[in-house]
Write a protein that binds this ligand. Structure first.
Ligand code: HAM
Length: 419
């Protein structure tokens, strides 16, 4: 019988992959905590409307990538493709719209039916933060600063560039939209089918097209700068000034529109050249209209999310756990006493293990292979006398230690890793 394989675009996290995943989430959880973000968990699937109504009718995520199905009760549900809409839904359904500002951190799996490649999966994982309530541009700078500090703590700030843009307010976008329609209409016959369809419904999306032909046309398209209202221009100025004051380096990229439609004012991405085509490690922006779309009151908000897999590929190998202590019974009749010792060490906070099978030599070999810091060897005669041999696997020295003093003797071992 052929063996079952993981579904295309999904991965098992084992060994180094899991250590990297955990290091990224632990670091993000810790740093976002310094900024006052509190962790939320929302369900992995939601009513389809949570996403289809808010992410953009013409966005790739909604038109091509959602895992949507009808459940046995006849309801349409969708595996979450992102976290922001879900957090806003949770804010409204839990009656928290009067408890603002709120700072939310989340980490977990997301699902998009995309073509899998390096750094792009169908089940991937995000860390993200959402700052809900403040309308001030300082809030945009704060969430970017938190992202920057996480990237710095992960040791990859040097590998990424922060690119920022503004999508303006509603009036700016209405004016810009008209300018884009006028521009793209001139090239309508040369645009890709997708972009033609977007021309009327959402011309901003064309700026984000991956089609080679479209990109040439997009290169000379007007930017939003000339269409910003004084209010939107002032907002963008303040964000840039705050970032500069905080010492966070950035470049402006007027082509950033983001793949989801809920953004206004600030849009930003941390990008790298080290991951090939999937170079965006963290992306976000302001989304002042989303909570209202979810049925709540008008509520400003700003946030970002980052792909854990992409971050995990950029970081250095995380440090493993401390080297374990191997407890080795010499002979079957010492087995029970050895098991008592291993439990005593664990209860004393020491990482310790006991092999289940094999003679002394085999078990010693396995202890070395596991990178054990030291071995405690226990024969039945020694067990009867209340002693054991403690062998330091770094220095090679061995000494007899009373069982009562074993925990202390293990704690007193100098730090070191076996060769
Ligand atoms: P997004 O740009 O769609 O934004 O995704 C954020 C990040 O998730 C990307 O920059 C990328 O690192 C990662 N990502 C996306 N799709 C995949 C995939 N198929 N495989 C691996 N990684 C992927 C959002 O999701 C917004 N909710 C961000 C946000 C939060 N905006 C405001 N608050």
């Amino acid at each position: 019988m052929s063996s079952l394989q993981p579904v295309r675009g999904t991965r098992d996290l084992i060994g180094d992959d899991q250590r990297r995943y955990r290091h990224v989430t632990d670091t993000a959880r810790h740093v976002s905590g310094l900024y006052g973000f509190e962790e939320w968990q929302t369900p992995i699937f939601e009513d389809t409307g949570v996403f289809s109504r808010t992410l953009g009718e013409t966005s790739d995520v909604v038109t091509k990538e959602m895992y949507t199905f009808t459940d046995r009760g006849g309801d349409s549900v969708t595996l979450r493709p992102e976290g922001t809409a879900a957090v806003c839904r949770a804010l409204v359904s839990n009656g928290l719209t009067q408890s603002l500002p709120l700072k939310v951190f989340y980490a977990g799996p997301m699902f998009r039916y995309e073509r899998p490649q390096k750094g792009r999966y169908r089940q991937f994982h995000q860390i993200g933060i959402e700052l809900i309530g403040p309308a001030e541009p300082l809030a945009d700078a704060e969430v970017i600063a938190c992202g920057w500090q996480i990237l710095t703590a992960l040791g990859i700030a040097e590998s990424v560039t922060l690119e920022i843009n503004t999508l303006g307010d509603t009036d700016s976008r209405t004016a810009y939209r008209a300018a884009l329609v006028a521009y793209f209409t001139r090239y309508a016959t040369s645009l890709s089918e997708d972009s033609k369809a977007r021309l009327e419904r959402n011309p901003l999306r064309i700026l984000d097209s991956k089609d080679e032909g479209d990109r040439k046309i997009v290169a000379d398209a007007p930017t939003i700068a000339a269409h910003l209202t004084p209010l939107a221009a002032g907002f963008y100025d303040s964000v840039r000034n705050s970032l500069t004051a905080l010492g966070i380096p950035f470049v402006e990229n007027p082509r950033i529109v983001r793949g989801l439609d809920y953004y206004n004012h600030t849009a930003f991405e941390f990008v790298t050249t080290q991951l090939g085509a999937q170079g965006t490690v963290m992306g976000g922006g302001r989304y002042d209209g989303l909570v209202r779309q979810m049925g709540g009151p008008e509520t400003p908000a700003v946030g970002w999310a980052a792909g854990i897999e992409r971050l995990a590929m950029l970081i250095a190998e995380p440090q493993g756990e401390a080297a374990p202590i191997a407890v080795i019974p010499a002979g079957d009749d010492a087995e029970a006493a050895a098991f008592g010792i291993v439990q005593q060490l664990r209860q004393g906070g020491i990482r310790a293990d006991i092999g289940y099978k094999g003679n002394l030599r085999r078990r010693m070999e396995r202890a070395n292979k596991a990178g054990a810091r030291a071995a405690i060897i226990l024969g039945s005669e020694e067990a009867a006398r209340g002693v054991a041999q403690l062998k330091d696997l770094v220095s090679g020295t061995q000494s007899e230690v009373s069982l009562d003093a074993l925990l202390e003797a293990v704690r007193a071992l100098p730090a070191g890793t076996p060769a």
